[in-house]
Every structure is written in structure tokens, then in C-alpha cells.
Design a protein around this ligand. Sequence first.
Ligand code: MLT
Length: 263
Amino acid sequence: MTTLNLSDGRTLFYRDVGAGRPLVLLHGFPFTSACFAPQLDAPPPGVRLIVPDLRGFGQSSPGGSTTLMEDFAADTLALMDALTLTDAFVGGVSMGGYVTLAVTRLAPARVRGLVLIDTQPLADDEAGRTRRETTARDAERLGSAVVADAMLPRLFSSSASPAVVGSTLAMMRAQAPAAVAAASRGMALRTDARELLSRFEGPTLIVVGALDVITPPERARSMADLVRGAQLAVIEGAGHLPQLEQPQAFNATLARFFKSLQG
Ligand code: MLT
């Protein structure tokens, strides 16, 4: 892990592996950069993979009591600045996808292409926002393990490897309750990104686990319909985290996408 010292005194930890086209990959909620461990171990040929721990998660410093997707996005852009990347492919899984869309809204010229994994462009409805506040309060009052345990049954297919399920649960349980609460409140405030996606002109890969019950394949198909020329890949035998549950199929998909690009 490498440390970036941000201008406000916080630190951001990140991994930077491989060489070639830069791809910044952003983790979901409430995970860390380790949710891309199989990709960090084998980055796609010709790709430089940069994976931060988002604000408050993993080893990165916390922020305030609500972390907007734009706050995570600003940190991502600061990381790109520090690495002197004028632009990059940007992508993420689930909440990382919401952050990717926020990066695209804040700095469209810096997003060369998108990799959207088990995510969606809609904002929360009223019931969703209420659930986010309940999650935030559960994290603050009862601890991250309670939130992690409640999320786990919806993350993987029934045939997922027990070792992967166990290490993912441990990762979620270990996150700081304040960061979990702040991100949950931030997700509740995110805005609809369908219009933004329909204007995006760069190469786009949309990946979804065939068995994802949180952001199911129908949602991924609707999202792919919005983006001109988007490639859609459905990963069989995977739920919400295909990069962890079916890493070989996921890595092959990522490699095919980058190979398909001209230049
Ligand atoms: C995630 O995996 O990041 C979450 O499921 C996102 C969400 O709750 O919307």
C-alpha cells in the first residue's frame, strides 16, 4: 500500500499495480480496496490498476459525519492529480459505481472510459433513504458487525466459496462504524445519473453477476441501454461481487474489454 497525504491533512491509501492504460477501481460499501484482491493480483494485460481505500475505509483517514459520493470523488481526483493522470478509466463496484458517476459529473474530461460493476444510476427513493439512516444508526449504536451480518446474505450466490464469504464478512465487520454511517448517509443523498450516462461518449463496460439480488441483471441491462456502445457482461454463478466470487471470469471480461479498445 502507498500513502497519499491530502491537502487537508488526511491520508489516502492505495494500491498501484501493472502498467499501461490507467484504471482507477473503487470499492463498494462497506468494503476496502481488498475487494479487488483478485484483480490486484493479476491486473489485465496493458492496464495499470489503481485501487484506493475510500475515505474512512481500510487504512484511509475518516472524513465528516456524512460522506457524499462527491467527497469520495474529490479524493479520487486528488489521487489522479498526485499520480499526474490527466485522465483515466474509472470504475467501481456498487457504491464504487456511484462514486464513479460522481467523478464523471465533477470532471467529465478526466474520465476516459467507465467500468460499472453491479451498480446502477438511480437515486434512492424515500424508503431507501429511510433504510440508509437505519443502517447508519445501527452502525453507530450497535457496531459495524451488525450491519455486515445483515448485508451478507444478499451479497453472494449460494455456491460461493466459504473462504471468500468469510474473508468478505471479516472485511466488512472491521470497518469503522463512523465511516459506515457516513457513507450510508452519503449514499442516501446521491442524485440520479441517467442523464449523465446518456451523454457519456467513452468506452463503457457494464458487468453484473447473473445472481445479483441487490442490483440485478435487468438493472444492468437498462443502464447499458443508456450508454452509447456500452458492452454488457453477465457473470454466471456470481452475486453482487462477481470480481470476488468468479474472479477468473471477471478478470477475463476486463481483459477482453481493454483488448477491444482501439489505440
Ligand atoms: C454496495 O455494495 O456498495 C452497496 O450494496 C451499495 C448500496 O447499498 O446501494
